[in-house]
Design a protein around this ligand. Structure first.
Ligand code: GTB
Length: 215
């Protein structure tokens, strides 16, 4: 049996890879694990059946036999643990890959999401422009540090890992800001990630949800 994940039936980005099922799809593609997708509407996400799997009424979720998971980080971690290809064999290198996953989710992603939500809901406020300068400064601080650490390397720590998958997924969330482009090595890092065949397959599958819905 293949695992089943959930994704938006109607994603606001029309399948441009920004919703968080994308990182789960990418991980599954990297390890060659087939999967099914259950598409949910915004209403269905808040209903008891979905909340039984996801307490916060969101996507993505992951169900495989008796196991039901939510949180994209936990799901990608589980996929990486159960298959070869996303975590190094060496125990210390594996621990560092996990550390990069956490860094992506808890250090880099928060100011990027804050920028996105401020752009959506605070645009009409008189202080909007000043607030954006502050948030963009926070993002630049993080990206500058990340850029210095990455240097001229292809990936964050040796071979491509779940740490890179998560970091690149998070950097893609900033695509509306053009901030990543200020750091050429980070832009190239993201480009290397999205050039991976597994990423392309995942992106095509997510986009197909939108293209099928408008046919
Ligand atoms: N911490 C959780 C995780 O990592 O899994 C966060 C999950 C989450 O935020 N899910 C969002 C969701 O279900 C979808 S990804 N939102 C609906 C709700 O809360 O009611 C966030 C997202 C949504 C849409 C776009 N977009 O269209 O550009 C980008 C990102």
């Amino acid at each position: 049996m293949s695992p089943t994940i959930t994704a938006f039936k109607e994603s606001p980005d029309e399948g441009q890879g920004l919703a968080r099922d994308m990182r789960v799809r990418w991980a599954l593609e990297e390890v060659g694990q087939a999967y099914d997708v259950r598409l949910v509407t915004f209403t269905e996400m808040k209903e008891p059946a979905h909340r039984a799997v996801h307490p916060f009424g969101q996507i993505p979720t992951y169900e495989d036999g008796d196991l039901a998971l939510f949180e994209s980080g936990s799901i990608v971690f589980h996929i990486a643990e159960g298959h070869a290809g996303l975590f190094p064999r060496d125990a210390n290198a594996r621990a560092r890959a996990i550390t990069w996953m956490f860094a992506a989710l808890s250090t880099i992603e928060p100011p990027i999401v804050e920028h996105e939500s401020a752009s959506l809901v605070e645009r009409d406020q008189s202080w909007f422009a000043q607030r954006m300068v502050i948030i963009e400064g926070r993002i630049r601080d993080r990206l500058g540090d990340l850029s210095r650490r990455l240097g001229a390397a292809d990936w964050l720590d040796g071979e491509f890992s779940a740490g890179d998958l998560m970091m690149i997924s998070v950097l893609l969330r900033a695509s509306g800001t053009n901030l990543v482009e200020e750091y050429p090595n980070l832009a190239a890092y993201v480009a290397r990630g999205v050039a991976r065949p597994a990423y392309k397959r995942a992106f095509a599958a997510q986009l197909a949800v939108f293209t099928d819905s408008v046919r």
